[in-house]
Ligand binder design. Structure first.
Ligand code: 3H9
Length: 713
């Protein structure tokens, strides 16, 4: 029953009286983020409820699919606006009228903190609760670090805040984050029914700040110490995780108000850190790359059945990714033995899930029942999508696509997983180039998040839209790329790896280069990575490119010398490093050093020493310069597409946002100055990208190109 006395709120907040309960609905699409208007409205709503003697309780719910997705991330870095979220939460908690939150869908960050400030909490089955601020370089700064430990203990609170993971309603109940799990999907209805029960029972106002889970000081201190030790080891240069631990320490040591002051100080330190800027950039960039001009303009084709051609590492990984998404997969191989190996490659992944207790044997069987195999292409006649993952050679790919053209139904999407080859040529092997697209997965394809969607000259818009829809259902991070040798990522890798090779031939060891790049934030150095992936892959590419290589260009042959000896990396027990007895971590190899020394003599190089800093500067300057070329040539839509590619496919540290964001942080004039300085020794390799030069001349940064509406060049 609505009353004429409903307080007048703002469009993002709807208040309705239901007898003596004020139902406040947060309605701020898309995720009900707690922007300044919502915060003001919430204060007004609580004040209005306090003033109105006819109101006995307030019920907070979210409109649409979520309760609240958190603070409004777009406001970070802008001048703060009152009221601050922690003050709104304090006001809710301080209310003399009962405040209840009924949550569903995303209940994250500031959204969960607001629910924790309410006096009682109910979660619907769809609820996903979490404190994911750590992924944005932040800590829960609206009382989350003070209320959560008081409610569920320091150890559990830290586990949630340091992992940022989402918990479902049942787990939230078991942990004590919520008081009750409701049924159905209607938060208002479930919440109103419960508030009526609470009022009938005379349930008291109950404040989380007074909850007693920190009572056993010694045990709580033990949990904090343990979390600090693990975090110091695991956080690898990340700033906010240890601040989270500090804030929870304050919850144990200080009274609530003083703890909130400490939380604020630590939150502001995180807010001001470049890592926060990098991680927020990455957050929005990942959402931008999930759209493309075609997704706005065309409807995806339905995909119910998929074919995969090739059952090697890549084909099997792609099959697993598709099976994981619930799709039936038909695998094609050239003979029965190869098909059996392909099936075994797929089954191996699920067997290891079973062995680790992640999947029951019955569930494993059910997934594998969706796999079928054949040695005849005709088995793909009714596939809606076929992904080719065969040997990386144009003639082989052309033959496969000619076969697909013969057997596939009209309208089927024909995708190639090539990492380098010309997709326009592959498409020309069919009579339907409009249906051909590149889907470049990264190995292991069922794990790596990146999917380069490579749009060829004749690819139809609805085929592009289909690829993006597929990426979403596979939970991949898609990036739209154009056709060139290596697309976005591998094209850039070829260039910055050459910069590293130059440094190696000029005097640095593979160990020093790997160490410098790891210290920058990469999980693994370039030569450790090459050994892991297999040096023969790069060798094949270099051989393919040899006829088109500029004869004047510097060409470091060290890797070729290793490959000629069969030293392909981990799989052969040696590469740039030695891997005795199947070791996964390499040890320096004196024979590799001898090869390097010999190559230096052959190339007439007098070795010199490099600082780690110079190594990193050269590596990144080469990366950023090629990134600028990739944007300039419209292979990538924007600099942010380069960032997402390098973060999700090549290990670039996410907290720096990506190479282009990093370049903006360092300053484009500084990057250009480095390139010009390095060009003194090798003007052919260090040619400044025209885009980089133009941006510097105009005083612009890469960010200015990320939003076409404000684009100036
Ligand atoms: C925080 O709370 C700090 C406090 O502790 C302290 C403060 C003092 N703000 O992901 P989607 C946009 S930090 C603004 O595609 P889904 C997103 O950009 C925050 N915008 O949807 C996109 O926009 P567009 C802690 C946001 O259904 C659209 O919503 N919270 C926010 O796949 C749809 O997003 C988090 O870190 C936001 N908070 O997933 C949660 N969230 O359409 C971050 C989303 O223009 N959010 N947008 O591209 C998420 O994890 C997911 O978005 C969510 C929905 C699970 C909510």
């Amino acid at each position: 029953m609505n009353s004429a006395a409903d307080p007048q709120l703002i469009p993002q907040l709807i208040a309705q009286r239901h007898d003596d309960i004020l139902l406040v609905t947060i309605n701020n699409p898309p995720v009900n983020a707690l922007g300044v208007d919502v915060r003001r409205g919430l204060l007004d709503a609580i004040d209005a409820a306090e003033r109105d003697p006819a109101v006995a309780a307030v019920l907070l719910v979210g409109a649409g699919r979520n309760f609240i997705g958190g603070a409004d991330i777009r406001e970070f870095g802008l001048p703060p606006q009152e009221p601050r979220l922690p003050d709104v939460c304090d006001r809710i908690e301080a209310s003399s009228k009962l405040v209840v939150a009924a949550v569903h869908g995303a209940t994250l960050g500031g959204g969960l903190e607001m629910a924790l400030a309410a006096h009682y909490r109910l979660a619907l089955p769809s609820a996903k609760l979490g404190l994911p601020e750590v992924h944005l370089g932040l800590l829960p700064g609206a009382g989350g670090t003070q209320r959560t430990p008081r409610l569920i203990g320091a150890g559990t609170a830290l586990e949630l805040m340091l992992s940022g993971r989402h918990v479902d309603a049942a787990e939230a109940l078991a942990l004590g984050l919520v008081d009750r799990v409701g049924t159905g999907e209607d938060a208002a209805a479930a919440g109103l029914a419960w508030v009526r029960e609470l009022l009938a029972e005379g349930a008291p106002v109950r404040r989380t700040r007074d909850a007693g889970a920190l009572a056993d000081r010694a045990a709580q201190q033990g949990a904090i110490d343990a979390a600090r030790a693990t975090t110091a080891k695991k956080a690898r240069g990340l700033f906010s995780p240890l601040k989270i631990v500090d804030a929870v320490q304050a919850a144990l040591d200080l009274p609530f108000e003083a703890g909130m002051v400490r939380e604020r100080e630590l939150f502001v330190e995180c807010l001001d850190s470049p890592q926060r800027a990098g991680l927020v950039h990455a957050f929005f960039a990942e959402r931008e790359t999930a759209k493309s001009p075609e997704t706005a303009a065309a409807r995806p084709r339905p995909i119910a059945k998929v074919g995969v051609v090739g059952g090697g590492t890549m084909g099997a990984g792609i099959a697993v990714a598709l099976l994981d998404a619930g799709l039936p997969v038909t695998m094609i191989e050239r003979d029965d033995a190869a098909l059996a190996r392909g099936r075994a490659n797929v089954a191996k992944v699920y067997d290891s899930h079973v062995a680790k207790g992640r999947l029951t044997a019955a569930a494993c069987e059910a997934v594998l029942a969706r796999w079928s195999g054949s040695t005849a292409y005709d088995a793909l006649a009714d596939a809606d999508l076929v992904i080719e993952a065969v040997f990386e050679e144009m003639a082989v790919k052309e033959a496969v696509f000619a076969e697909l053209d013969r057997v596939c139904k009209r309208g089927a999407v024909l995708a190639t997983n090539t990492s380098y080859l010309d997709i326009d040529r592959i498409a020309a092997a069919t009579s339907r180039p409009q249906d051909v697209i590149g889907l470049h997965f990264f190995s292991p394809a069922n794990i790596m998040k990146l999917l380069e969607i490579v749009v060829a000259a004749k690819t139809a818009p609805d085929v592009v839209a289909t690829a993006f829809a597929l990426a979403r259902s596979l939970r991949k991070t898609p990036v739209r790329a154009g056709v060139c040798d290596g697309f976005i990522g591998n094209r850039m890798l070829a260039v910055y790896r050459q910069a590293a090779d130059h440094v190696m031939e000029d005097g640095a060891s593979p160990q020093q280069i790997d160490r410098a790049i790891r210290a920058f934030g990469y999980p693994i150095g370039p030569y450790e990575m090459a050994d892991l992936a297999g040096n023969d892959i790069g060798w094949a590419t270099r051989k393919r490119r040899a006829p088109t290589r500029d004869p004047r260009a510097r060409y470091v042959q060290i890797a070729d010398r290793l490959c000629e000896r069969g030293w392909f990396g981990q799989k052969t027990g040696r590469g740039f490093y030695l891997y005795p007895d199947g070791a996964r971590t390499g040890t320096p190899d004196p024979e590799v050093q001898a090869v390097i020394d010999a190559e230096r003599v052959r190339a007439g190089v007098t070795p010199r020493s490099f600082t780690d800093e110079e190594i990193v500067r050269r590596y990144l300057a080469a990366m950023v310069n090629e990134g600028a070329n990739v944007v300039h040539e419209k292979i990538a839509l924007r600099p942010l597409d380069v960032d997402v590619t390098l973060v999700h496919g090549y290990g670039f540290p996410r907290h720096l946002g990506g190479p282009m964001k990093y370049a903006d942080t360092v300053g484009l004039p500084n990057i250009l100055a480095d390139i010009r300085a390095f060009a003194q020794e090798d003007p052919l390799f260090w040619r400044p990208s025209p885009l980089l030069v133009e941006l510097v001349e105009r005083g612009h940064d890469f960010e200015s190109l990320n939003h076409p509406e404000t684009q100036t060049i």
